[in-house]
Ligand binder design. Structure first.
Ligand SMILES: [Zn+2]
Length: 437
């Protein structure tokens, strides 16, 4: 069966990660279909099912040094069918594109890894080092599958030499001033934290309102947060990104960039003005999401709550955030409660042999693709691995246009069949290329 038909079959399993919609039988169906489509992986690799759904395969290598972990996840976000041109779970191949939920996030990247390994197994290839495939079942709900794999690795004493997960992609015309194609490889990701603001009061009948009640105080707090965004800051991965972006620039500009650390503030401010994506990379962002107040039309609220979904910039911590909010909201009588989330995980180095292995693999594939390290503003399962490996990268070797990137978690998600094929070539090279010493 060809690659696009395999992807269509996997998309056909409705593995939706959603508190209300999750149907375990669809996850079981995915695992069955996956086993039928990739018989050699299932016959020759050791499979451990972690947390009732995350698939962890071990492909034993000739030596146990430098283990490589390739990650993807097979759960998807919901897909309201009315917004789609075709049924999101009855994927179709149109004009060389597979269209369906999960085409890019993250069944496309998963099928590409599996196909590369299946082909190499068919040829009798034995990797130099252990290769692990970690395919999560609860990434979209910040689940515990990947964390449990890391615990399992700790027990086994496995310290990955290279981890690669979803996140970046091969892009074109995404960065102003840069021609050709770039491979965006995330070496860091922001921390995600939810915090609640809570204002309380005595309540009562709405016909006799009290001034400055819980709802009014909460509203003032929200406005204050909106008007006092966290300042932009340059961090080590942002400097690495600017360095890679300007590697082809004239030497005068290079000298200037060489002093990036001294230019910290102006450069960060420049990036903050370069559009919402760049701006989110250099600062902690706070989005007000869920709101609640009075339970009825004629009742004064005794409690008003707002959820703040915070994405912590590299170098920022939950402690810094709480301190900043406490200062900002002083005098408003609004409490900060229910803090849930994580600090940004450790940043991976672009000076490591593992980084060079990834970049050399890309170069073998197409020397014209420029690798650019960057900061992922969303979260991935790989954040857990950053605590046991210093080389955790987030890069799907697939081409994604702006329109395709915007279709992730939205309607008409699609992946080019040609791109899937070059993705397979990428992983075949990654797994067969001699490792640097
Ligand atoms: Zn994903």
């Amino acid at each position: 069966m060809n690659l696009e038909d395999k992807l269509v079959k996997l998309i056909g399993c409705r593995t939706v990660s959603d508190a209300d919609e999750r149907d375990e039988s669809e996850f079981a169906k995915f695992r069955e279909v996956f086993a039928e489509l990739f018989p050699l992986i299932h016959a020759q690799l050791e499979l451990t099912v972690i947390s009732d759904g995350t698939l962890l395969f071990r492909w034993p290598g000739r030596s146990d040094g430098k283990p490589i972990v390739m990650m993807a996840h097979y759960d998807v976000v919901p897909a309201p069918a009315e917004q789609w041109r075709n049924d999101p779970f009855t994927a179709v191949v149109v004009d060389g594109y597979v269209v369906g939920r999960g085409a890019l996030d993250d069944k496309g990247p998963l099928v590409v890894i599996a196909e590369a390994v299946e082909q190499l197994l068919a040829q009798g290839h034995v990797p130099e080092q252990d290769v692990w495939l970690s395919f999560g079942h609860d990434e979209e709900v910040f689940g515990s599958g990947a964390a449990a794999v890391v615990d399992h690795f700790r027990t086994l004493g496995v310290r990955p030499w290279l981890v690669n997960d979803e996140g970046g992609a091969i892009v074109e015309k995404a960065i102003p001033g840069l021609r050709g194609r770039q491979a965006m490889i995330a070496i860091a990701e922001k921390g995600t934290v939810d915090i609640e603001l809570l204002a309380t009061g005595p309540g009562g009948h709405a016909s006799v309102p009290m001034p400055n009640g819980p709802t009014a105080r909460l509203a003032k707090a929200i406005v204050r947060i909106e008007e006092n965004q966290s300042p932009p800051r340059l961090s080590e991965p942002i400097i690495a990104m600017i360095d890679a972006m300007t590697s082809k620039a004239p030497s005068g500009l290079r000298t200037l960039i060489g002093q990036a650390e001294r230019l910290d503030r102006p450069l960060a401010q420049l990036l903050a003005l370069a559009g919402p994506e760049a701006s989110s990379m250099v600062r902690t962002t706070i989005a007000v999401t869920k709101l609640s107040g009075s339970p009825a039309n004629n009742v004064l609220a005794t409690e008003a709550r707002a959820n703040l979904n915070v994405r912590l910039a590299i170098g920022d911590t939950i402690e810094d955030l709480v301190a900043r909010l406490t200062k900002l909201l002083r005098g408003l009588d609004v409490a900060i409660v229910n803090i849930n989330g994580d600090n940004p995980p450790p940043v991976s180095s672009v000076d490591s042999p593992a980084w060079h292995h990834l970049v050399d693999t890309l170069n073998d594939l197409d020397p014209k693709i420029l690798p650019i390290p960057y900061v992922l503003t969303g979260g991935t399962d790989s954040r857990n691995f950053a605590h046991i490996s210093s080389s955790v990268f987030r890069f799907a070797p697939l081409e994604m246009s702006r329109e395709q990137r915007q279709s992730i978690h939205a309607a008409n998600e699609s992946v080019a069949v040609a791109s899937l094929r070059s993705g397979v070539a990428f992983y075949r090279t990654l797994l067969t290329r001699p490792l640097p010493v």
